[in-house]
Design a protein around this ligand. Structure first.
Ligand code: GUN
Length: 285
């Protein structure tokens, strides 16, 4: 039976560390601050934004919330980002995606000061990941690396297979594994004979968005299996991309859904906000 990688427990440990650093920064500099912009009324986005707000408050980070109506124009949204870019008391800026139809996400991401881009979506920050010169790390892949580190699962020389090539998860995940000397294969919807790759994976990361996509026959005995999927089923329950019941019997380590990768994402956002605040402190001295 696989050992479950407990994202809740690791996330709590990270948050405690963040709270300590926040206290030091507040004392020696000023209170770290994260500004979150939400445009429109997407229910899932509202939940995510509320959770980010709660997480900030719980560890002492100042949380600014901007909830704009779905009729907001691109110009108005960019103007708000510019105001936050220029505000010396704001360390991190996050614009919750997806944006309502008619708004240009790429332009909004480009408008965020890379030094405040705590999502690490700006091309300056994604480019830095390629060279291994990390500024901010994208929250989900960074959370997965943190889980691997805390459970002392080695990456060096291991075959790491990532299923999914999104800009937010798949591509940066592959780079973080490569930067730690993994031998990395990126698979996606057009990959032929997917199982031939996944069956040789020591570390398998599934970021597909399809419930129970990874079945036991696709997994090597003793592999580490990371499930990034958050699929909401008709009965309201969450299901991952990995068929938990069968894979649990074959893998050595497995992340549950919920309670695996999910809780790590917000913890890494808080960590990025602290990184930004420390940089702002250094720039001030
Ligand atoms: N929408 C879903 N996940 C995320 C995230 O990590 N950051 C932002 N900005 N939007 C999201």
């Amino acid at each position: 039976m696989a050992i479950l990688l407990d994202g809740k427990a690791v996330s709590s440990a990270v948050r405690e560390e963040v709270a300590k650093e926040t206290a030091v920064l507040t004392e020696s500099f000023r209170q770290p601050c994260l500004a979150v912009i939400l445009v429109g009324d997407d229910p899932a986005s509202q939940v995510y934004v509320r959770n980010k707000h709660k997480a900030c408050e719980a560890c002492g980070i100042r949380s600014l919330q901007y909830h704009l109506p779905k009729e907001t124009t691109q110009k108005e949204l960019l103007a708000l980002v510019q105001t936050l870019n220029g505000d010396p008391t704001v360390d991190g800026i996050l614009c919750q995606l997806p944006l309502p139809e008619g708004l240009d996400e790429k332009e909004v991401i480009l408008s965020i000061d890379p030094g405040k881009d705590v999502d690490s979506f700006h091309p300056v920050n994604t480019g830095r990941i390629l060279s291994g010169d990390y500024g901010f790390l994208p929250c989900t892949p960074a959370g997965i690396m943190e889980l691997l580190h805390r459970y002392e699962i080695p990456v060096r020389g291991k075959h790491c297979v990532v299923i999914g090539r999104s800009n937010i998860v798949g591509k940066p995940m592959a780079m973080l594994l490569l930067n730690e000397s993994g031998t990395v294969t990126i698979c996606h919807s057009k990959t032929k004979d997917l199982s031939s790759f996944t069956r040789s994976a020591d570390i398998l990361v599934a970021a597909v968005g399809k419930p129970d996509f990874v079945t036991a026959d696709m997994v090597k005995d003793g592999a580490t299996v990371i499930d990034v999927g958050i699929n909401r089923m008709a009965d309201g329950k969450l299901k991952g991309d990995v068929d938990f019941e069968t894979v649990e019997k074959k893998a050595a380590f497995l992340t549950p859904v919920p309670g695996g990768v999910g809780p790590m994402t917000i913890a890494m956002l808080l960590k990025n906000t602290i990184t930004a605040a420390k940089r702002h402190r250094e720039a001030d001295q």
